[in-house]
Design a protein around this ligand. Structure first.
Ligand code: GLV
Ligand code: MN
Ligand code: MN
Length: 399
């Protein structure tokens, strides 16, 4: 079944009526449905499906073993996300296996399709949760204690979904089996539109991270409290959002975003007692990312002082700049007959794996240039083109 038809099969799963688009998160009911669908689809191709200690799904073509050629992506989404970010890489992987099988190809090396858990951090806040746990770059105790917006811990959610959170943690055996990893992904930007090309090879991922800013003040009555008597944490929060934009512009090429803000108690006629917000900051170099976050933190502290409020800042995740393996990139590019190489501002499981194994990415043109939004898109022809490119490089790598 083609990648587009496979995407159609899951088009009804996890639609978010309130936000639009899809909300598919780690260990929720929707993700469970997608896991079942994946296992069923992989099973029809004769792949053997198992789940590793961190809940990542593996579908093996032939006997699992070392030096495997591995491809795949993720099935979770941001809240109200698009249909392609993640699932496109998974369906293209299944499609590639089917087309290779169709022409009688048998891989000479172990071969697997993987689905990583919670790549977006949409529920528990830390992106690339499954690959970070597997590689040991996220401490298992810290992971188990992560909470979703309703206060449910990752450990509790895992138990509810039938997983054993005590098994979470570094999985050197699973990691050691990966020889080379290739992730296909919808492009999250305008690079391929501007170049007029359907497919690119990934070059770099810029440094990025997430920081929680907790502003606290005095909750009070919106009508009865004189302006001069207030310690309203929404004021420094708003000032920090504006400072983040101003300071990001000053870097020349950095990005700073506040996409999530939670006032407590959250009543129209109540001055908030606390406001938590999350800063997503990304600059091409790690040092410059940390400098930007430092400057934004100073602006937040200054604004909090001016309102008689406090602010606490916590780093929730951080990833340094990643340059994908140049040898593997060259191999892919030679096999594809010369395609553009593109940097990205988006994080990926492939970038987490890149610190341990040769990893590469293929991007498929997104005609809207929009991602993490329902407007994210890929034309059927480009999806087919990407699927053929993926099959081609997997055949080459596993011959
Ligand atoms: C993942 O898509 C990210 O970069 O936030
Ligand atoms: Mn994403
Ligand atoms: Mn993704």
């Amino acid at each position: 079944m083609t990648a587009s038809r496979l995407l159609d099969e899951i088009a009804g799963v996890g639609r978010d009526r309130a936000r639009g688009g899809y909300s598919r998160h780690a260990f929720d009911k929707v993700e469970g449905e997608l896991r079942t669908w994946f296992a069923e689809r992989a099973g029809r191709l004769g792949l053997d499906v198992d789940t590793d200690r961190n809940g990542n799904l593996w579908a093996w073509w032939g006997t699992p073993g070392p030096d495997a050629v591995v491809t795949g992506s993720h099935l979770d989404s941001v809240p109200g996300g698009g249909a392609f970010d993640g699932p496109l890489g998974v369906v293209s992987a299944l499609d590639a296996v089917e087309s290779l099988q169709g022409k009688g190809f048998v891989p000479a090396k172990p071969f697997a399709v993987v689905v990583f858990v919670e790549e977006e951090g949409g529920r528990f806040g830390v992106p690339c949760l499954g690959s970070r746990l597997m590689t040991g770059s996220l401490d298992a105790d810290k992971a188990r204690g992560l909470r979703d917006p309703n206060g449910v811990t990752l450990a509790e959610a895992a138990v509810q979904a039938g997983f054993d959170p005590e098994r979470f943690g570094a999985d050197p055996d699973a990691l050691a089996r990966i020889g080379r990893f290739v992730e296909l992904h919808v492009e999250q930007g305008r690079g391929l539109i501007d170049l007029g090309a359907p497919v690119a090879v990934g070059s770099t991922v810029i440094a990025h991270g997430r920081w929680r800013f907790s502003f606290s003040g005095q909750g009070n009555h919106a009508g009865a409290t004189l302006i001069g008597d207030r310690h309203d944490p929404m004021l420094p929060a708003a000032a920090m959002v504006a400072a983040a934009r101003r300071l990001a512009i000053a870097t020349g090429d950095g990005r700073a975003t506040v996409g999530r803000l939670v006032p407590v108690p959250g009543g129209t006629n109540a001055i908030a007692s606390t406001v938590d917000l999350w800063l997503d900051a990304r600059v091409p170099s790690g040092d410059r990312t940390r400098t930007l976050v430092g400057e934004i933190t100073e602006a937040a502290k200054e604004a909090a002082r001016a309102e008689g409020c406090l602010v606490a800042v916590t780093e929730e995740s951080y990833s340094d700049t990643v340059t994908f393996d140049s040898g593997l990139r060259d191999e892919l590019n030679a096999r594809l007959g010369g395609v553009p190489e593109l940097p990205t501002g988006a994080g990926h499981d492939a970038a987490i794996l890149a610190a341990h194994v040769p990893a590469a990415m293929l991007y498929v043109r997104n005609p809207t240039g929009v991602s993490h939004s329902p407007e994210e898109f890929a034309e059927v022809d480009d999806v087919d083109h990407g699927g053929r490119a993926l099959a081609d490089v997997l055949e080459h790598l596993s011959t």
